[in-house]
Design a protein around this ligand. Structure first.
Ligand SMILES: [Zn+2]
Length: 189
């Protein structure tokens, strides 16, 4: 059974159709990554396609809204790695930065999270959001360094801030820019 199918509808909008075990019905997701359709196992791709075509007006309106949002809040172009590439990229970056600056951490978990970019537990387990791979390089670095500094300093006080500024410079500026990248819009891998 085909698991994925790329369609082009109405003169050039790419739509990725994917088999999904979790979906109870044909679900259409519009994100800056494009249009993705989750198709349950009991629905044929042909049926799903006809549903997508019927809802094309809705899809188009959402694409436009998304584009406008992206231009306003996240003007830099976002990369579109696959999930595997994203994981490798994040893992390597963490390793390199830890080595370069002499940090050590316990375990890394890469997750899809809706509300946080990363966290560091009391036992120095670092958790990073897979969507980091889609940020501009310096912002991804900022988030990873932020969590690495937490391996030594748990709060966000003066010591923390000074250390982070020393490593990346203008940490508050980075933080502000990061706010322009909304996780809910980056979440579709
Ligand atoms: Zn923090």
């Amino acid at each position: 059974m085909t698991r994925r199918l790329m369609l082009e509808i109405n003169g050039g909008t790419s739509v990725l159709m994917e088999r999904s075990r979790r979906s109870r019905s044909v679900n259409i997701f519009v994100s800056p990554a494009g249009v993705r359709v989750a198709v349950p196992y009991w629905v044929s791709f042909a049926e799903a396609e006809s549903i997508v075509r019927k809802r094309f007006g809705w899809i188009e309106r959402n694409i436009l809204r998304m584009e406008e949002f992206r231009r306003t809040y996240a003007p830099e172009l976002l990369e579109m790695p696959t999930e595997k590439e994203a994981r490798e990229k994040i893992e390597n970056k963490l390793k390199c930065l830890a080595e370069e600056h002499g940090f050590s951490y316990n375990r890394l978990t890469i997750r899809r999270q809706k509300t946080r970019w990363g966290s560091c537990s009391h036992s120095n387990n670092i958790s990073l959001n897979i969507c980091l791979a889609r940020l501009p390089a310096d912002l991804m670095e900022y988030v990873i360094l932020h969590e690495l500094v937490h391996t030594r300093v748990k709060d966000h006080g003066r010591v923390f801030r000074r250390e982070l500024d020393r490593l990346i410079g203008d940490s508050r500026g980075h933080e502000k820019r990061l706010k322009g990248y909304h996780l809910e819009l980056l979440g579709s891998f």
